[in-house]
Design a protein around this ligand. Structure first.
Ligand SMILES: Nc1nc2c(ncn2[C@@H]2O[C@H](COP(=O)(O)OP(=O)(O)O)[C@@H](O)[C@H]2O)c(=O)[nH]1
Ligand SMILES: [Mg+2]
Length: 369
């Protein structure tokens, strides 16, 4: 039996992981065997930890996006097939990646059709990023080259899932649907709330029943795309911390997050997505911020008191790696002064993504490249 592969894309912070985990749980409850694949330019991924903390079988493709690491993606999918025989595999692409139809979906459909059936390419959209289409809600907007990626992602969708429906009035959602319908008449447009669960059954139904997959061919300027990716700074960090007495972990986290947010606001750095995960013996707590100055969304399990903890940071911000790194260093230093700790960084990377170099790239008239 073939495994259904559902590829989720969409900009950083749009809600891909939230959608993936909720959908996986819903499909499991309906008796399906489900696995997930996470992906990033770097390593030390919070999304992988979240998948595993949710009890889902999780593989990770790190060090590059699915299109540039196509062989690693296939290894991850084949490993899952051999070890788990899943009915469904949900795979979340890097949030600054596009052209997945030409670089992943078509090559998969051609070379691996005996093993995998590929679902409609689904792009998650956070309405507040649609600054050029509807009245701006974001006070700080990304540069044109970053916005180019956001628009190209939507353009290649088989399904556009407008997420975070819970934050908008019905009329606002209707306007968004109208704008998107005019711009992308061939895509299916579905408003959802991954956090609250609205219309998730319909989305899953489309994944399982639609035969459309990779129907849009992008006209993509790779130079502009590379420029957009390079405008973003990426920071991944892991650290071990220990204190002489038991500590309120959430307080430490909020001190760090608030310090960092002050830097972002003052220096007008545009946050695409910032995630902070703290794991300890008694559970975990995660903070997620999807735009500059936004209140952190907190997810926590267990009592947040411990002597030792493990910290993971995944930050994607429109600024230079040097400025991002310096802001994080200062915010950590401020939090660790407020709460005296032994703090040991075990992994640290801060970089601009390299220009995309896909393993395969098919075009409408010239496949098999
Ligand atoms: N209000 C609201 N927030 C959401 C929804 N889905 C995701 N989020 C939040 O948006 C942020 C980014 O979500 P995540 O799934 O990590 O996005 P990703 O970067 O695309 O994987 C997190 O703070 C989520 O809690 C939703 O349906 N409604
Ligand atoms: Mg994610």
């Amino acid at each position: 039996m073939r495994s259904k592969v559902i590829l989720l894309s969409g900009f950083l912070g749009a809600g891909k992981t939230t959608t993936m985990i909720r959908a996986a749980k819903m499909m499991e409850a309906a008796g399906k065997k489900v696995a997930i694949v996470t992906n990033d330019q770097g390593s030390a991924l919070i999304d992988t930890a979240l998948g595993r903390n949710s009890g889902l079988w999780t593989e990770e493709v790190s060090g590059g996006c699915f299109c540039c690491r196509f062989d690693d993606l296939l290894t991850a999918l084949q490993t899952l097939r051999e070890t788990q025989s899943p009915d469904v595999i949900l795979a979340e692409a890097v949030g600054s990646c596009t052209d997945l139809s030409a670089t992943v979906i078509h090559p998969m459909k051609h070379y691996y059709q005996d093993d995998f059936e590929v679902a409609p390419l689904t792009i998650l959209v956070d309405p507040k990023r649609m600054v050029k289409s509807i009245p701006a809600i974001d006070s700080l907007a990304f540069s044109n080259s970053v916005h180019y990626i956001f628009e190209k992602q939507i353009e290649e969708a088989d399904i556009i899932a407008i997420n975070k429906l819970d934050q908008y009035a019905e009329e606002e959602i209707d306007t968004m649907i109208e704008v998107l319908n005019q711009r992308y008449p061939d895509a299916m447009i579905l408003p959802i709330s991954a956090a609250r669960g609205d219309h998730m059954e319909q989305l899953i139904y489309e994944w399982m029943n639609s035969t459309i997959s990779g129907n849009q061919w992008l006209d993509l300027d790779y130079e502009k795309y590379a420029k957009g990716e390079a405008a973003l700074a990426w920071l991944n960090l892991r650290a071990e911390a220990s204190s002489i007495s038991r500590l309120d972990i959430k307080k430490w986290m909020m001190e760090f997050v608030n310090e960092l947010e002050v830097h972002f606001i003052l220096e007008k750095m545009i946050v695409a997505h910032m995630k902070v995960l703290i794991e300890h013996d008694g559970g975990f707590v995660k903070a997620s911020i999807d735009s500059t100055g936004a209140d952190p969304v907190i997810l926590e399990v267990g009592e947040q008191v411990a002597q030792d903890f493990h910290l993971v940071l995944n930050l994607r911000v429109e600024t230079s790696p040097e400025r991002l790194d310096e802001s994080v260093r200062m915010a950590l230093s401020a939090a660790n002064t407020e709460f005296p700790l032994e703090f040991h960084v075990t992994h640290h990377e801060c970089f601009r993504p390299a220009p995309p170099a896909p393993t395969h790239r098919w075009t409408k008239n010239h496949p098999h490249r």
